[in-house]
Design a protein around this ligand. Sequence first.
Ligand SMILES: Nc1ncnc2c1ncn2[C@@H]1O[C@H](COP(=O)(O)OP(=O)(O)OP(=O)(O)O)[C@@H](O)[C@H]1O
Ligand SMILES: [Mg+2]
Length: 423
Amino acid sequence: MKVVSPRPFLNYFQFLLHVRLGAAFTFASQKPAIVKINYVFCLVDLCCFDDSAEAKYLNQEEIMNSAVIENPSPEDCANNIFEFSGTKFEPEIAAEVWQQILQHKWLMSEKLGRDIGLRISCIDFLENMDQALKEYIDYKRKDILAEMGAQRIGREKWDTISDSQPPKQLVQRRIILPLAEAALSKKHGVTPPKTIIFFGPPGTGKTHFVKAIAGALSWWYIEILPSMLMVDGIERLGANLHSVMEKARNLEEAVVFIDEFEEIGASRDAATRIDKSITNEFLKQVPLLKNQGNKVLFVCATNYIRELDAALLRPGRFDCIIPVGGLDEDGRRTILEQFLSKLNTGNVDISLIVKMTSRFTPADIEYLFRQAAHFAFEQEHASKQDYRVTTDTFLEILPNIRPSLTEEIIEEFQKDSITYSRT
Ligand SMILES: Nc1ncnc2c1ncn2[C@@H]1O[C@H](COP(=O)(O)OP(=O)(O)OP(=O)(O)O)[C@@H](O)[C@H]1O
Ligand SMILES: [Mg+2]
């Protein structure tokens, strides 16, 4: 046998010994391509084993990622754990714990430079669960950040928001400063926030605020969309939420953001059984998140604060519940100036445009500028002459754009602000 393993084996017996210890191998020249191993009984399909076979040692991660090796059923996981440690788990929980035991086995094997048996891994993991999970996440932090789509946001994003735009000042005072000045906060007994909800009508800049906070703190920005949690079907939503939150909780210097939060945090009265279990899962996760001493800020955003489960909004769950509403003149001017700087402009009376865009949200302003850009492009394409966006361009386009914020929406938002805000 020719071994191409990073951990070469001297002979057939050493190979078998590693099989008994739970290692897995791929064979380059023979079928089946991957030797299936049942971890518990250490069986290996040796029919492919002859002198022409090339074996490659698979580390635990490759084994876990391999589609060819079947995942044990939840019941098998529960049985395995019971057999190794005498601890009983419900099958659904056991399936997750089993994955964590395999991760722990992989990490211990990596650290010690030899394959650690499943029994030892299992017992050690169950005895030091929190510590073991943290160690694994510390070790794999880079991979976890990449897997969760973590982004770096420039500090300049914070400056795109006018100082007069609520809730910028509030966010600066209540969130950014206490988190950035941790030692001073500690000295004065100020507890930096860990959990926040932004609410307000669509397009008012909630997501933009969250990104800007990550930028101002120079922390990672990680966005979790409810649709991402549902990729494996609605039944897996609770389990996916659990695993994402567990990873997120253990990160350092990260803003973790769930947008469209009402999709998972809707009222349990109106919810189906599955929805209820998700809200319950979330209610379990929040205190865990808050008790962890690391630098993670967890932010949710919703357009429908009224639809959220009352249990989520009770004091002690979210540290701040912050309304994000319409823009004042200064807020609109700041955004208009940013977008104008990207166009081929002539003379534009910004003050006039500011006056004409009352009740425009940032999303409406963005739309206005997309229209202006397209208009300018078409004009120049048709006339073959340099076209500059001027006040007249806006006077032409603006009558066709209706602001998103109506009297009714503003009134509802004001009511919600009184009822739900906690700052
Ligand atoms: N201060 C700002 N400067 C420049 N662009 C902004 C600003 N605030 C928001 N925007 C832009 O306006 C658009 C809408 O903002 P955003 O997506 O943050 O709103 P939202 O409240 O999260 O909306 P939704 O409720 O639909 O999720 C985005 O494209 C965003 O980049
Ligand atoms: Mg948003």
